[in-house]
Unconditional design. Structure first.
Ligand code: NAP
Ligand code: ZN
Length: 352
């Protein structure tokens, strides 16, 4: 298959900084579109993957799954998009399309394994897929989203992962006007969770370790902020929440948050992957019919639903635009929670 040299930023090892590299992109097939990437958000998952926090990273890796760009080429059979349109791509670029999950628009649970935007086996070229820290990407049109024309394109990018990852549990657990929702951690996912829950009419509370984020949380749409290290404050919200979205990336004690669920309430983990430490105590779950659940991104139809909702309600991410060359500093700042509230790479900087 013919390929095209494409400038990208990635890394060859868990301990090396990201640097410029050349990758290959396929030519468009009849159902593909070619996207010139304008903006790409920086997700904490990019950092986890680059540094092999979860194990299994195959190098070289080119992260990036919050992609917005302009369509520059389309295959003969493409009907949904045309050259010149704006298109967006999130964490998924393919799935089998015929298993029970795919038939229910739940490509994130594809029983035959979805193809992730980066780090998945590449069905076309062999090797592994490469993400949005690059000049262009070729994607089957089924996995390309339409962007509402009233939204700022750079600030839309984080909706493709941070947005859908928090939207999907809000929708699945039927959050609506008057629901009591709490969000743990005010970072990229957390700030989107606050905006979206607020947009759905919920009363939102933020749990944070960081007292000086209070003012921001209120501006983003939270009604209350609880400092999670303060036992008195934690007690004051005992039994309160219908749904808690926990975005913390590292191992932490979830038992104090379970105590703040109302009966039949659910705590959804979307951040940390791995064994809980300390372990989960089942007593409050049994005595209050409470659930602890997990959730991963969302399907393509649900992502389009989110983008349309954001268009209607004028919701985008709060971002800091960076140049591609500043990605390593951005990772260090993200680890210190020093970002309000998502870095987005201006991909024009890769041309310099
Ligand atoms: P982020 O911007 O770095 O935000 C994480 C927030 O968690 C921080 O701002 C901080 O908030 C809190 N936090 C950080 N370290 C903590 C610690 N050791 N203990 C307690 N709280 C801590 O990260 P993100 O991009 O939102 O991603 C969050 C996690 O979700 C990552 O692990 C990422 O891989 C994962 N993720 C999952 C999915 C999915 O589909 N399930 C999708 C995307 C990302 P405070 O200062 O307010 O406490
Ligand atoms: Zn992500």
């Amino acid at each position: 298959m013919k390929t095209k040299n494409t400038k990208a930023f990635g890394t060859d090892s868990a301990t090396a900084p990201l640097k410029e590299m050349t990758i290959q992109r396929r030519e468009v097939t009849p159902t593909d579109v070619e996207i010139e990437i304008l903006y790409c958000g920086v997700c904490h998952s990019d950092l986890h993957t680059a540094r092999n926090d979860w194990g299994g990273t195959v190098y070289p890796v080119v992260p990036g799954h919050e992609i917005v760009g302009r369509i520059t080429k389309v295959g003969d059979k493409v009907t949904k998009l045309k050259v010149g349109d704006i298109g967006a791509v999130g964490c998924l670029v393919d799935s089998c399309g015929h298993c029970e999950s795919c038939e229910h628009d739940l490509e994130q649970f594809c029983l035959n394994g979805y193809t992730g935007t980066y780090g998945s086996p590449d069905k076309h070229l062999g090797g592994y897929t490469h993400g949005g820290y690059s000049e262009r990407i070729i994607v089957d049109e089924r996995f390309v989203l339409k962007v509402p024309s009233n939204l700022d394109l750079a600030a839309v990018a984080p909706l493709l992962c941070a947005g859908i990852t928090t939207w999907s549990p809000l929708r699945h657990w039927n959050v609506t006007k008057g629901s009591k929702v709490a969000v743990v951690g005010l970072g990229g996912l957390g700030h989107m969770a606050i905006k979206l829950a607020n947009g759905l009419g919920a009363e939102v509370t933020l749990f944070s370790r960081t007292p000086n984020k209070k003012e921001d949380a209120i501006k983003l749409g939270a009604s209350h902020v609880v400092i999670s290290t303060d036992e008195e404050q934690m007690k004051s919200v005992k039994g309160k929440f219908d749904l808690i979205i926990d975005t913390v990336p590292y191992v932490h004690d979830v038992n104090p948050y379970v105590a703040t669920l109302n009966y039949s309430g659910t705590l959804v983990l979307v951040g940390y992957l791995g064994d809980l430490d300390p372990m989960l105590n089942t007593v409050p779950m049994i005595m209050g019919r409470k659930s602890v659940a997990g959730s991963v991104i969302g399907g393509i139809a649900e992502t389009q639903e989110l983008l349309d909702f954001c268009g209607k309600h004028n919701i985008v991410s709060d971002i800091e635009i960076i140049n591609m060359q500043d990605i390593n500093t951005a990772y260090e700042r993200m680890l210190k929670s020093d970002v309000k509230y998502r870095f987005v790479i201006d991909m024009a900087s890769l041309k310099n």
